[in-house]
Design a protein around this ligand. Structure first.
Ligand code: SAH
Length: 402
């Protein structure tokens, strides 16, 4: 018998357990039988047992009475408490996948729900780990998690980069702290033989966008001897890969000054400075300026931040994608390649391709979609949870209208 069955019950209304049974992990507040288990009886982050209408336990979860997603299922059945030993097991399962996929220890090690650890993101930079909790339940379990991570991975440093905006939905504060080890020393990401300096504290999100790694491989056959424009470049992930694959000239553009400084350092570090320039600018303004100056690039990469954070922002956000793609095409050389991406879950694949096609017609161009892109395999999609499938993109050839 485990501690698990000591947890208080969270009763679901009749029929509301169907989604959980189909594989999903979330319980919305309106699905709970609050007459039997009032949410007011729970503190944010409390563990519970989810029980169906007939009184049958479905599994162990944690609760946040203040969130629309009132509970998240962590373990089906009644065999596992929410403790270090469960985390060690989940981390080992996650690690086995990444070790199979990659030769070097640089990857997203835990991708939340898809790795059975709702509310946790964990990125690995060799012997440095950067974690992020986004729910009160995971936040509450941080010490157990830290102990499990140290046991499985023995990192030199573990950072908790707990500053995601989404934490406000769980009424969690934003902060960043060293969870294990001593601060100091360099942190690097390695990708396709290149090395990038990463700032685990001051950088964006958890430091590096591993989700685009496999998409950046596409550049190998597209850029040799070509001029490349990498918009929203962050630390130069796309741009430096392009330079390494033989692009003649690469311009990286980002609005963040620290990112732009880091690109120059990363270019230097990889011996690519002679062909890489970094510019600090607003992407829309810069594209307009390039258009006016009649500058043209053979390959244009558009990898912006999420323009649609909430479903209700779809109209405005999709217009931004449309404007961006049109601007991108306007600075493409004849027979150029546009690589366009969206990391908004709320921007469907088809809508992104539509925005390209719309821009093309407006400019009287013809588009051939060559490759559809998705998030890398260290960000596995949970088939029952559409939100885990967020990154999409297209490699498109853009021709004059035929
Ligand atoms: N392409 C990057 C990831 C991009 S993340 C990679 O492959 O690693 C989004 C980036 O867009 C951030 O670095 C952010 O600083 C930048 N950004 C956000 N709004 C911008 C704007 N209006 N103009 C230019 N850059 C912007």
């Amino acid at each position: 018998m485990t501690d698990a069955i000591e947890y208080p019950a969270l009763h679901m209304k009749k029929g509301e357990d169907a989604r959980l049974r189909a594989g999903h992990l979330w319980v919305f507040s309106n699905e709970i039988d609050v007459a039997r288990s009032p949410l007011s009886g729970f503190e944010p982050g409390d563990a519970c047992v989810i029980v169906d209408h007939h009184g049958k336990p479905l599994g162990v979860a944690y609760v946040n009475p203040n969130s629309l997603i009132a509970a998240r299922l962590v373990a089906r059945g009644m065999d596992h408490a929410l403790d270090r030993s469960l985390f060690v097991h989940r981390l080992n399962v996650a690690l086995a996948l990444r070790e199979r996929l990659y030769d070097e220890p640089y990857y997203r090690l835990v991708f939340g729900d898809s790795d059975g650890l709702p509310g946790l993101t964990l990125d690995r930079y060799g012997d440095v780990l950067v974690g992020q909790t986004t729910t009160a339940g995971m936040e509450r379990l941080k010490d157990e998690l830290t102990a499990a991570i140290v046991k499985v991975l023995k990192p030199r440093q573990l950072w908790w980069k707990n500053d995601a905006g989404s934490r406000s939905m769980e009424q969690l504060p934003e902060y960043c702290e060293l969870g294990h080890g001593d601060a100091g020393g360099e942190v690097i990401a390695r990708e396709a033989g290149l090395t990038f300096g990463v700032d685990p504290v001051g950088g964006q999100k958890t430091g590096w966008f591993y989700d685009q790694r496999e998409n950046r491989d596409q550049l190998a056959r597209l850029v040799k001897g070509r001029r490349v424009l990498d918009m929203f470049s962050y630390l130069g992930g796309w741009g430096l890969r392009a330079a390494a694959y033989g692009a003649s000239d690469v311009v990286c553009v980002d609005a963040s000054a620290p990112a732009v400084e880091a690109i120059a350092a990363n270019a230097e570090r990889n011996g690519l400075s002679d062909r890489v320039t970094a510019v600090k600018a607003d992407a829309f303004d810069h594209l307009k300026a390039l258009r006016e100056a009649r500058e043209r690039y053979d390959v244009v990469i558009l990898d912006p931040p999420a323009f649609i954070k909430r479903k209700k922002d779809f109209r405005e956000g999709s217009l931004a994608y449309r404007r961006l793609n049109e601007l991108g095409m306007q600075v493409l050389a004849k027979d150029g390649v546009l690589i366009t991406c969206s990391c908004s879950h709320h921007m469907p694949r088809a809508a992104l391709l539509d925005s390209v096609q719309h821009g093309a017609r407006h400019l009287d161009r013809q588009v051939q979609m060559l490759v559809a892109l998705q998030q890398a395999a260290d960000h596995p999609v949970h088939p029952a949870i559409p939100e885990t499938d967020y990154l999409k993109g297209f490699v498109c050839r853009v021709l004059p209208a035929q």
